[in-house]
Design a binder for this molecule. Sequence first.
Ligand SMILES: [Zn+2]
Length: 336
Amino acid sequence: MTFNTLSIEDILHGYERKRLNNKRLLQDRKEEVYSKIPEIEEIDKSSALSYLDYARKKVMKLAPSSYEDTASSNRRLEEKKRTLLKEHGYPENYLEPIYNCKLCQDTGYVGTDKCNCFIDQMINSLYLQSNLKNVLSKENFDTFSMEYYSKELMDGRQFSPYDNMYNIVQKSHQFIKRFEEQKKERGNLLIYGETGLGKTFLTNCIAKELLDKKHSVLYLSSNELFENILGGYLMQQKIELEDLYKYIYNCELLIIDDLGTELTNSFVQSQLFEIINKRELSGLSTLISTNLSMLQLRDKYSERIMSRIVANYTVFNIYGDNIRYQKRKKAINSIT
Ligand SMILES: [Zn+2]
C-alpha cells in the first residue's frame, strides 16, 4: 500500500474548499451584523484605515510613540466591537476568521510539517483504499458471536474457551474505556492463539470502536509494516512513505496484525524493538496479534523484545476450536 499523489491533491483541494466556504460564511456573518449593528461596520472601516496608518508608520521606522497610539486605539475599537456583539446576543468572536482546524488554519500545514488533521485524512483515505472500512462494518462488537466458543473445559486449561473469550471481550471493553479516559499510557495488548479463533475479528472490533471515537489508529499487517513501509522507506528510500513512517511512531494506536508471518530477519527484529520501545516511551498504545505462542515469539524475535512485552502488555490467549472449520461443518450439515 502506498499513498498516491492523487489522494494528496484531493486533500489539498479539500482544504481550499474549506477555506473558501469559511470565507463566505464570515462574509455572510459580516453582512448580517452590519445591517443590524451599523456601528460595527464603522468600527471595521476605521480600524482598517488606522491599521494602514500603523503599518505605514512602522515601515517608515518612525519613533514607536507615533504609532503606539494607533495600536492602542485599535485595541479599544476591537474591545468595543466585542462588547457590541455581546450586547446584541452574538458570541464575541462571531466576526473572527473561521477555521475547521485552528492548529493549521485549514492549510494542512503547521510550519513545514503536515498538520494532524492532514495525516488523519491520509489515513482515512488509506482505509478506503485498503477496504478496511468495509471489513469493519461487518466485523465489530455488534456482530461478534460467542457461539463458536465451547463451554466445555479443554485439557490443561483452567477456563472453557467460552469463559476465556468472555473474559477477553470484557477486558477489551476496559481497554477501550481506558483509551477514552486517559490521554497517554492507555496500555498495550498482545493477542495470541492459533489461526481461526477470531483474533483478527477481535482486533477489528477494537479498531472500529476507537476509529468511531475519532482516535488515530493505524492498522497494518506485519508484512505491510516491515516489508512495504519500513523496507520501502528505510531501505529503498521511498520518500513518499515518510508520512506513514512518522505515523507509525505517533498514531494513538498502532495495530500490527499477524506478527510472525513476515520474513523475519535482523532488520525486522531491530525495527520491531524500535517501534515497541519508542511507542512505549511516548506513552502510545500498541496492539499485536500473532499465531505464535510466547515461547515461539521469544525464539523468533529477541529476549529484549519479549521482556518489553511481558512487562508492558496485557496478554490475551485465545483458544478453542477453529471457527472456520466449525462454520464449514455447519454448512455441510445443513445441506445433508
Ligand atoms: Zn490542521
